[in-house]
Design a protein around this ligand. Structure first.
Ligand code: SAM
Ligand code: DTB
Ligand code: SF4
Length: 337
């Protein structure tokens, strides 16, 4: 007679521990910190579970960036190459003509991007700039691309005219926790940023808002940023998580880089607290190897900036990204199978 080995229910429980319940919003900073403090494997596993409840884990959204007005900015954001407060060696350029923007948008579409994001180094757009930027929105949209802009602070009227032009997304980052914000930016307040997000939301434009890590902030600050974003009602449709690209000449040029696994944790916590948002693995990818980027995608990132340039710094070449996505069996959103 053969004996069949049986496994006791106790042994099963030991091999498959039940995860502790996860808090749901509104998020207290300490709840978010508790997520950050989970064992790394548990955190990434949970983030992947949440991701799979809402998204196809093998699909990725690609956005391409273009700087439509570069440098000479009046703001003093301590990480930025474009601030006139610091000598970064960047050459300032005027607002681009519409036809040059369209040429770049066509090229982005041909490379596979589904969204075209236009950025301007402004505190906020001037009345005289609005006509040209709304024309850009109309004409880029007519090419069959989703449109996104990041132009600094917007009042309600400016947000409404961008909506009328057909703008799909507006990017305006909270950047960091309210408690760390003053160490990085002095020329506009946290409340100014929240007011802009409110104007964008009220105009009916999708909100894209995230932040930067690796600016010398603590884990509590990272948790504070995520709690702020997750508690927006509703939370943003898109959340870019940037890893600081250190720019010589800026106050943050020599900050100690963040531990890559802490960066992955930030992605995972954004995914868990904002289950349906597109978490964008944003600036800083050029210094990440393929394995680290794959880990970020496992932790719930499902969007990247695609194209050889971000705004003033470089991004991985499109060929490298295409090969990475192919090796990971990822499909590009909007491109069929
Ligand atoms: N001037 C507009 C504004 O600040 O609202 C739009 C452009 S601004 C460059 C967009 C975002 O890029 C910033 O809010 C910041 O989060 C991110 N960013 C800028 N410089 C960066 C850097 N060196 N490393 C990582 N992210 C950066
Ligand atoms: C965002 O969160 N990251 C992008 C986009 N929104 C506009 C910008 C990254 C900029 C990186 C530094 C540079 O190229 O100047
Ligand atoms: Fe200007 Fe935007 Fe750079 Fe701040 S982040 S200095 S507002 S371009």
């Amino acid at each position: 007679m053969t004996t069949v080995a049986t496994v006791s229910p106790d042994a099963l429980r030991r091999t498959a521990p039940q995860p502790a319940p996860v808090a749901t919003g509104p998020w207290r900073v300490e709840d978010v910190e508790a997520l950050f403090a989970l064992p790394f494997m548990d955190l990434v596993f949970r983030a992947q579970q949440v991701h799979r409840e809402h998204f196809d884990p093998s699909e990725i959204q690609l956005s391409t960036l273009l700087s439509i007005k570069t440098g000479g900015c009046a703001e003093d954001c301590g990480y930025c190459s474009q601030s006139a407060h610091f000598d970064t060696g960047l050459k300032a350029e005027k607002l681009m003509p519409v036809d040059e923007v369209l040429e770049a948008a066509r090229a982005a579409k041909a490379q596979g991007a589904s969204r075209f994001c236009m950025g301007a180094a402004w505190r906020s757009p001037k009345a005289r700039d609005m006509e040209r930027v709304t024309t850009m929105v109309r004409e880029v949209k007519a090419l069959g691309l989703e449109t996104c802009m990041t132009l600094g602070m917007l009042d309600a009227e400016q947000a409404n005219s961008l909506k009328d032009a057909g703008l799909d997304y507006y990017n305006h980052n909270l950047d960091t926790a309210p408690e760390y914000y003053g160490k990085v930016i002095g020329t506009r307040t946290y409340q100014d940023r929240l007011d802009t997000l409110d104007n964008v939301r009220s105009a009916g434009i999708n909100v894209c808002s995230g932040g930067i890590v690796g600016m010398g902030e603590t884990r509590a600050h990272r948790a504070g940023l995520i709690a702020q974003l997750a508690n927006l009602e509703p939370y943003p449709e898109s959340v870019p998580i940037n890893n600081l690209v250190p720019i010589p000449g800026t106050p943050l040029a020599d900050v100690e880089p963040i531990d890559p696994f802490e960066f992955v944790r930030t992605i995972a916590v954004a995914r868990i607290t904002m289950p349906r948002t597109y978490v964008r693995l944003s600036a800083g990818r050029e210094k990440m190897d393929d394995a680290l980027q794959a880990l970020c995608l496992m932790a719930g990132a499902n969007s990247i900036f695609y194209g050889d340039h971000l705004l003033t710094t470089s991004n991985p070449r499109t060929g490298r990204d295409r090969s990475l996505l192919e090796r990971l069996d990822m499909r590009i959103q909007g491109q069929g199978d």
